[in-house]
Ligand binder design. Structure first.
Ligand code: PMT
Length: 220
């Protein structure tokens, strides 16, 4: 009894963490498992969309034939893959936790232990959603905001700065929300800064609410 309200739509979704290499054996990463993005991809496919899921390193899989999965490692890889697919996309949802910085140089050999302190210099990664927001035409662009303080204010700032149509805020202050867990608690903020707080739910149920909210706003 699922309505195919995304039939004929191409949906691009990002998921998971990025790994930023330090040397051949080490990287800087984060706690994202990819689950939120994978659940959104499966829900979008269920609703009739043709889905491209661009994911950082994860152990998750999808067996929905309407979801094409592209695996990437670093923020730069994800940037490339997103821009390649962006032109033909109707809806883009950025659920990935992308590193804002990467090691400036990658050591070609394993860094040896010594008695000295070592310093890793970080340089900025591109902001993928902001770069898509800057060139968007027909695309409906949805971002996430993962915050630990001033949640609503920071999320509104990201919505504006990245030229998004909708932002999905989750806060690490909410029990059961964010990384790793099977649940999430989100607040939607639309382009006009209308705020829609949601209950704590399974990530599958949150994915359904996200698609419902997109369908609602997209039609307007
Ligand atoms: O994967 P799970 O374990 O299920 O966890 C889900 C989640 C917590 C990772 C997910 O719900 C979530 O919040 N994803 C976004 C995490 C994040 O990096 O948020 P941010 O506030 O730092 O970034 C804001 C938005 O800009 C995000 O849509 C992000 O994808 C995007 N971004 C960030 C940095 C960057 N360089 N480029 C980007 O496009």
């Amino acid at each position: 009894d699922t309505t195919p309200d995304l039939k004929g739509k191409k949906v691009l979704i990002t998921a998971g963490p990025t790994y930023e290499p330090i040397d051949p054996v080490r990287f800087i990463g984060n706690h994202s498992t990819g689950k939120m993005g994978f659940d959104i991809a499966n829900e979008a496919a269920k609703r009739g969309a043709e889905v491209l899921l661009i994911t950082g390193p994860t152990s998750l899989k999808t067996n929905n034939p309407a979801v094409q999965v592209k695996h990437v490692v670093s923020a730069n890889d994800m940037y490339q893959a997103c821009h390649e697919a962006f032109q033909t996309a109707d809806i883009v949802i950025g659920a990935a936790a992308i590193a804002d910085y990467r090691p400036k140089t990658i050591a070609s050999q394993k860094i040896k232990k010594s008695d000295e302190e070592i310093t890793i210099v970080l340089e900025k990664n591109p902001d993928i959603l902001a770069s898509l927001g800057a060139v968007k035409k027909q695309q409906f662009l949805v971002g996430f905001a993962l915050e630990t303080e001033n949640e609503i204010e920071y999320a509104k700032g990201k919505l504006k700065k990245k030229n998004l149509d909708l932002i999905v805020l989750n806060s690490l202050n909410d029990h059961g929300a964010g990384f790793g867990k099977p649940t999430n608690k989100v607040t939607f903020i639309d382009k006009d800064f209308n705020i829609f707080p949601q209950e704590l739910k399974s990530k599958e149920a949150v994915a359904k609410d996200i698609i419902d909210q997109i369908v609602k706003n997209y039609a307007e």
